[in-house]
Every structure is written in C-alpha cells, then in structure tokens.
Design a protein around this ligand. Structure first.
Ligand code: IMP
Ligand code: MG
Length: 175
C-alpha cells in the first residue's frame, strides 16, 4: 500500500466539520459534567481540535486500544493504556478517529460501563465506515461517513506512518 495523492478531506474541510460538530455536541451535552475520553493515538488531533472548539468544560482522560495490524482489523482489542476510578456520576464523551468493524468502540464502551460504572457513554467519531461493521455500533455524532477505503492523516496511520499529515488521504495498492 502506498499513499495516494488523492486527498479525501483537506484541512479546511476538517476544520469546518469540527466547528459544526463542536456546536452540536455542546448543545446536546448541555447540563452534564462530561469527561472527554481520548482514544489514543489516532484520535489525538481530532480530540484537541474538538475540545478547544467546544464551550463545554471537560476533564480529559486517555485510553489506548489496539486492534489493527497494517490495514487489517484483528478483531481482538487490547488496552495498553486504561483510565481507572469510579465514573458512576459521569457522562463520557468517547472521541474516536474512525469506526470501522465496530470492535474497538464496542470494547471501550463495555470497559467504561462494566469496569468504571460510567453513567452515560456518548461516542463521537470523525469518520465512519458503516459498510464494514462486524458488530452493531453507532456513534452519536459522526464527522463524515465514508465508503470502504483505507485512510491516513489527521492522526490516522498505516503501520504507524502518516499520522502527522494535516489532510486525510486514501491509501492505494503499490505497483
Ligand atoms: P474497528 O475496531 O474496526 O472499528 O477499528 C477502529 C480502529 O481501527 C480505529 O480507531 C483506527 O485506529 C483503525 N482504523 C480503522 N480503519 C482505518 C483506516 O481506514 N485508516 C486508519 N486506521 C483505521
Ligand atoms: Mg483508533
């Protein structure tokens, strides 16, 4: 796989969609005391942009979930970094870069509900590939729905490369 010259969403399109999402989530979360839970590493740029664009005051926690090797989801989700504590009075805003098979967001939600007793869990994902779902999983807010293409940039990687790109690109077969 190699980086395609095709840009799927450029930095202006990303910034403008983040502004819209921020306004919507602000009004939907009014009256709660939310924790912004950042799903490292892919969601970092999006989370920083989104939290700063929002007016809701957040506390911030990190979780690292890993399921991908190259462009393939392994279906098994490991948590190298997890938050701890009792979140029974908390609404959690889980911030994801992309929902693909749905295993990661589902596993994180289960951890939050079962291990941390989170009162409420809402999910925002910048991208969504609904055609790839293996388990039922729906984000409360989505930046863009896309077809089944592998994308990189704005935090998202191919074997850890390209997370630093400011625009979102597709990958294409090499050769
Ligand atoms: P899921 O568990 O299959 O829903 O996958 C979720 C995770 O896989 C995302 O948080 C990403 O880290 C990674 N992922 C899925 N699709 C892509 C992609 O097109 N590009 C980069 N990473 C992806
Ligand atoms: Mg991720």
């Amino acid at each position: 796989m190699k980086l395609s010259k095709t840009i799927l969403f450029d930095r202006e399109a990303i910034a403008s969609r983040i502004e819209d999402l921020a306004k919507t989530i602000d009004s939907d979360l009014a009256g709660t005391s939310p924790i912004a839970l950042i799903a490292l590493k892919g969601a970092m740029p999006m989370a920083m942009d989104l939290i700063r664009a929002m007016n809701t005051p957040f506390t911030v926690e990190l979780i690292r979930a890993k399921s991908y090797e190259g462009t393939h989801s392994t279906g098994k989700v490991a948590f190298p970094i997890v938050p701890e504590g009792d979140w029974s009075d908390k609404t959690v805003l889980l911030i994801e870069d992309i929902i693909d098979t749905g295993h990661t967001a589902t596993a994180i939600s289960e951890y939050l509900r079962n291990d941390l007793n989170a009162q409420d869990i809402r999910i925002v994902s910048f991208l969504d590939k609904p055609s790839r779902r293996e388990v039922e999983c729906e984000a409360n807010w989505v930046g863009f729905s896309i077809k089944d293409v592998f994308v990189v940039g704005y935090g998202m990687d191919y074997n850890e490369a390209y997370r630093d790109l400011p625009d979102i690109h597709t990958m294409e077969p090499s050769g």
